[in-house]
Design a protein around this ligand. Structure first.
Ligand code: 13P
Length: 253
């Protein structure tokens, strides 16, 4: 049985004061959540604060990006070893905002995934199509290319060390959520694609849904057989909403 995971992607939000308050709320509420894995991914400058606040709690720490480079002369980059040094367990790679605004392609994202695994981090690989791609009937081609990037570089076994998040770009921050059936269709497609190469890896892989997930729609999404949790943007900035989603994941498990 796959353990569900709910991870909060805080994106580029927060101040010292708001981060402190949010961490306090998440840590105290998380104590009452049973089975579901819980993680928060703050911006880099808040990782230390978050690591200290989460110590001894059941909430894991994650980062939103990682460099493909080892430490050295790479201005502005953050190495995987630095993330583990600050207590990170997870790192998001290939988020659509990085693909869109920073020109990240499947090859670069796959290298980030591999670097994370090499350092014992659990990468959360984001995949998903834009609205135009969906309307042109290219959803499967796009999602397959995102998944295949990792398979081509590292082999399908690399998915025993990470997590995939299906995030349709048209559902991110728009308030438009994929229907449970739409999401399930893509999650099943991803799992089948991996199962064609290694059934055991596919069966154990957690595939999260992301895109306008909220406490009000989480339960029906999590009830789908191939949806194993969520990667949460906006709702992860409000402790009660985030915890409500964790509760839904817990009940669906
Ligand atoms: P929203 O939950 O704000 O739609 O964002 C989803 C997301 O991009 C998580 O990585």
């Amino acid at each position: 049985m796959r353990q569900p995971l709910v991870a909060g992607n805080w994106k580029m939000n927060g101040t010292r004061a708001s981060v402190e308050a949010l961490l306090g709320g998440v840590v105290s509420g998380a104590a009452a959540i049973g089975h579901c894995g819980i993680a928060v991914c703050p911006p880099f400058p808040y990782l230390q604060m978050a690591g200290e606040a989460l110590l001894g709690s059941r909430v894991a720490l994650g980062a939103q990006d990682v460099s493909i480079q080892e430490p050295g002369a790479f201005t502005g980059e953050v190495a995987a070893s630095m993330l583990t040094d600050f207590g990170c367990t997870y790192v998001i790679v290939g988020h659509s905002e990085r693909r869109q605004y920073h020109g990240e392609d499947d090859e670069l994202v796959a290298r980030k995934y591999a670097r994370a695994v090499e350092h014992g981090l659990v990468p959360i690989l984001c995949v998903g199509e834009t609205l135009e791609q969906r309307e042109r009937g290219e959803m499967e081609r796009v999602v397959a290319a995102h998944v295949d990037g990792v398979i081509n570089l590292s082999g399908v076994e690399a998915f025993s060390k990470g997590v995939i998040a299906y995030e349709p770009v048209w559902a991110i921050g728009t308030g438009v959520t994929a229907t449970p059936e739409q999401a399930q269709e893509v999650h099943a497609f991803i799992r089948e694609r991996i199962a064609a190469r290694n059934a055991e890896v596919a069966a154990g892989l957690r595939i999260l849904y992301g895109g306008s997930m909220k406490p009000g729609n989480a339960a029906e999404l999590m009830a789908q057989p191939d949806i194993d949790g969520g990667l949460i943007g906006g709702a992860s900035l409000v402790a009660d909403d985030f915890l409500g989603i964790c509760q839904a994941a817990d009940q669906a498990a």
